[in-house]
Design a protein around this ligand. Structure first.
Ligand code: ADP
Ligand code: MG
Length: 706
């Protein structure tokens, strides 16, 4: 419906009665919109008639019945229409003024009141017809504090704004509800009565949907609550359905790409497994079976490997790397931080070197000369496995034959970076890994174009981390636990919430804290790790901690993801309320990696309700999946997962949590349609194709080029 590139520049023909608006017509040509209003509408992102009709109300007001002042009931919401009798502003006390607008509706007086907004006085004039909507209170006469209001200049358009359920829109400065309402009313009145239906008549019947034109009219100007809800139901499903159509389509396109079938049970894979110091868990075996099946096909894999922190995703990735080498290809593993990339490098080197595989580390810390030589070895194919940070994405990093791209902790990267790594090979197999599990319905959307494998089991012998939130005043208890663990030969992390990239000031406070630690733990070997240290020093500190030379590591969140030192059994997090739940869980995942009981102390004095809730949840919930669900419920999907970052347009009406039960049916329908008609070229899908292309056309181009 919305084709921005193809804005119709011709005003519609005909007079008020007969004029007709096309969906793609620019808003400027709507009867009551001039250049000025068009500009304001543009500020809301509304450029075409179609945009306007999809600017859904955020709420509705029932104005079918007005309350008369003499019938008001204190404490109830009411709509009152009257004439302005008096306006006044007076001072209650120093720094507090009250502005009062007095309405008369023929049965009594009602005062609208505003504190410290003297300009409200000039928004009204005596004799004007005004509508107030708010909570009625009686205090020396009837009052409404901060009522919603609407000014009625003329009686001409009353039928739009009165005597019905009226929409309340997300608005912008300079554009009143009244204007928006009138513009949308006008647009609705002059689009064709019947709009193209994108669903088959059987589906419409089965789903109980209102026809599309009817749904639009009823969502804006509902005849009844029931009619509005029926319209909403359709529009929500439609949004989710189009979204699923996009991701399922993408998945289909992936299937059509030619790729290289790997040898999945070759020599290196076999050797790798034989040399592992442990037996794979059932979940790891299942994950590998699924991955190996994908790799064995002559089309590229696009798979997400998700599993709680510590579930052992790295060895599964290791097998995939071996399969690439067995198949004569190079492989890349990209991680979001230098610390993690370095650790992966050491782990993999230990596992892969004995098999004769050449592994090298690529980070931005590498010196220029060394970097050139490394690039050379990679381009020649001498390096078989490249482990690194974003540095792998740089232009001079060229592979001879990249066949396998693995991205660890993928939530730290955007779709675009995923695409860039992929583009360094010719349709390589892609495996993305995440330890931030997301609920299934959300995964269908955010990772809807990927196949999903879940490692749902931890290696045996893991003891759940006992988490305790303490007020900072009670930190002694936590420090005592650290001493105790260290005395027993184990190690500890102390985490400080420093925003890595920023501020010398932060660094200074960290250094001060570190000084202080020497006083708290005079007999303990301490180490300090933060993002500003030069690379060699970072490496030295990490390896000293791994060797046990450092007993307590004070660190910023550089250790958040992936770091693996099984002998560390206690973590103390300072100012824990500065972190989100996912981040706290990641951090906590650094302990509890061995067989010993582990502890996590979170020092925090949360000020907000949400902060308190977070502390309660992290202490109670140990399972990453359950935690993610609670997090999602607490924050909502928008914040939990940047949809934009995943290349998905915003949903206007649907809500991925509230409407979760609609996602699977929407996906099923999208799947049924695309299975029979992948290009949507059948005549019965004509309307669907037009609408789909208008909404998602851009995304498809984007991901194809990626
Ligand atoms: P994550 O899924 O968080 O990336 P890692 O791959 O870092 O987890 O693994 C966590 C720890 O568990 C590592 O020390 C790893 O060596 C160990 N590990 C992995 N698989 C097993 C297994 N099957 N049995 C015992 N330990 C394992
Ligand atoms: Mg990991």
């Amino acid at each position: 419906m919305k084709l921005k590139s193809d804005l119709s520049t011709r005003p519609p023909a005909g007079d008020a009665k007969t004029r007709a608006y096309r969906a793609d017509m620019a808003v400027q040509f709507i009867h009551c919109v001039g250049p000025q209003r068009a500009k304001l509408l543009g500020r809301l992102g509304l450029e075409t008639v179609s945009d306007l009709l999809r600017h859904y109300p955020r709420d509705w007001q029932d104005r079918r019945h007005f309350s008369r002042v003499h019938q008001l009931v204190p404490g109830t919401m009411a709509t009152v229409m009257g004439t302005v009798k008096a306006r006044s502003t007076f001072r209650l006390r120093r720094g507090l003024t009250m502005t009062k607008i007095m309405l008369d509706d023929g049965t009594g007086f009602l005062a609208g009141t505003w504190f410290n907004q003297p300009y409200m006085r000039d928004r009204f004039s005596e004799g004007q017809r005004v509508l107030f909507y708010g909570k009625a209170e009686f205090y020396r006469g009837w009052q409404m504090a901060n009522p919603d209001f609407e000014l009625f200049e003329t009686a001409e358009e009353d039928f739009i704004h009165l005597g019905r359920i009226v929409p309340v829109y997300p608005a912008t400065e300079g554009l009143s509800q009244r204007v928006l309402r009138a513009v949308i009313y006008e647009a609705l009145a002059h689009i064709p009565a019947k709009l193209p239906e994108i669903f088959s008549s059987e589906d419409v019947r089965a789903l109980g949907f209102a026809p599309p034109g009817e749904a639009l009219r009823q969502i804006h100007f509902p005849e009844s609550e029931a009619a509005r809800d029926r319209a909403r139901q359709r529009l929500i499903f439609e949004e989710l359905f189009l979204q699923q159509l996009a991701v399922v389509r993408q998945k289909q396109l992936y299937r059509l790409e030619p790729g290289q079938a790997f040898v999945v049970a070759g020599e290196k894979v076999r050797n790798f497994r034989q040399h592992l110091p442990f037996v794979l868990t059932g979940a790891q075996e299942r994950a590998w079976t699924q991955i190996a099946t994908d790799l064995g096909q002559a089309r590229p894999m696009h798979r997400l490997l998700q599993g709680d922190v510590g579930s052992g995703k790295t060895v599964v990735a290791g097998m995939a790397l071996c399969a690439a080498v067995d198949s004569g290809c190079q492989a890349a593993l990209m991680a979001p931080t230098e610390v993690l990339a370095t650790q992966h490098y050491f782990t993999l080197q230990k596992l892969l070197n004995p098999l004769g595989i050449v592994v090298e580390l690529f980070t931005s810390g590498t010196k220029a000369k060394e970097r050139r030589e490394q690039a050379q070895r990679l381009a020649e194919g001498t390096i078989q496995v490249a482990v690194g940070t974003h540095a792998l994405l740089e232009e001079h990093v060229v592979f001879a034959r990249l066949g396998m791209a693995i991205i660890d902790e993928q939530h730290r990267f955007g779709v675009e970076q995923r695409a860039r790594l992929r583009a360094k090979g010719a349709e390589p197999h892609v495996l993305v890994m995440t330890a931030t599990p997301i609920p299934r319905t959300l995964a269908l959307t955010v990772f809807g174009d990927l196949d999903v494998t879940t490692v749902d089991e931890l290696p045996p012998g893991r003891v759940p981390v006992q988490t305790q939130c303490l007020s900072r005043g009670a930190s002694r208890q936590a420090f005592a636990a650290v001493e105790q663990e260290v005395a027993a030969g184990r190690q500890a992390y102390l985490v400080f919430p420093i925003i890595e990239e920023s501020e010398k000031l932060n660094l200074k406070s960290l250094l001060k804290e570190f000084e202080h630690l020497h006083e708290v733990f005079p007999h303990i070997r301490l180490g300090l790790l933060h993002g500003r240290l030069p690379r060699e020093e970072k490496d030295a500190v990490m390896s000293a901690f791994k060797q046990g030379e450092i007993q307590v590591l004070a660190a910023t969140t550089v250790i958040e993801v992936g770091v693996d030192v099984p002998n560390a059994t206690v973590m103390l997090i300072e100012n824990g309320d500065r972190f989100g739940l996912a981040q706290l869980h990641q951090l906590r995942g650094r302990v509890g990696r061995g067989r010993e009981a582990s502890f996590c102390f979170i020092l925090a004095d949360p000020k907000t309700e949400e902060g308190k809730r977070r502390m309660e949840i992290i202490a109670r919930v140990g399972d990453g999946f359950k935690l993610a669900e609670e997090d999602l419920a607490l924050r909502g999907p928008g914040e939990f997962f940047g949809l934009r970052q995943h290349g998905l347009p915003d949903l206007k009406l649907a809500d991925l949590i509230r409407d979760a039960d609609q996602i699977e049916p929407a996906r099923a329908l999208a799947g049924r349609i695309l299975e029979k008609d992948p290009e949507l070229s059948a005549p019965e899908h004509r309307n669907l194709k037009i609408v789909f292309t208008a909404v998602y056309g851009q995304r498809e181009r984007l991901s194809r080029s990626g």
